[in-house]
Design a protein around this ligand. Sequence first.
Ligand code: PGA
Length: 263
Amino acid sequence: MKTIVAGNWKMHTDAGSADALINDVAAGTAAGAGDVLVIVAPPFPFLKAAVDRARTVDHGGKAPGILVAAQNCHEEEQGAFTGEVSVPMLKSLGVGACIVGHSERRQYYGETDEVVGRKVVQLLKHGLMPIYCCGERRDEREQGRHRDVVSRQLNTALGGLPAQDLSRVVVAYEPVWAIGTGVNASPEQAQEMHGFIRKELAGLAGKAALDVPILYGGSCKPDNAASLFGCPDINGGLIGGAALSAASFTELVRIAQRSKAVS
Ligand code: PGA
């Protein structure tokens, strides 16, 4: 099973600071990422610079290196969609992955499970790795509906995929109440949901579900990562705030490496 630490820069940085951040992440992980796949997701305008920098990282032929991801893509191949970015555009830049269905996209831009599912299909068609985000809101958890919500998100967006396609998807469980709040899910809460997600995926794709990395996201930082990454069904993290500092992000990569080496 792949272990992944992915940094979602959201709408932060500018040309200069994005350059500095990718440089520092590249330098900080060049020798020490081990088997951990490091992913960075800068804003669209800085993707090309990040791809160029990531290509220069020498991982001694052992580590998987740094993969550059977009934070969103359009569900259509091309067309009159002013302001949007297609998957073939991303591919032509050397972008290898894309976050889809982030709760901020669902909340502020009205993205539905159906639309997000179409984005997953586009990404798979062009050979990019979809990082599919799911997770419940605070009120949904308080009402005891968290499993139903995540089940619906998974089944609607991913339910139509053949098993071999589903095994190329990465899932990120991000409880909305934990994102950017400083309050992470406890390792018990997270493991319970990751185990549930694994079962749901097995219902969709059988054994192929065992190949799907399930990342935890939501206020994950160096001081809580070891207990989260140590859980059996947590295969790494999708990191927001702590990915904006190369020091904390590379520390998270090291923690993932250590947690998975012993588990
Ligand atoms: P956070 O964000 O780490 O700042 O909570 C995670 C995310 O939104 O992916």
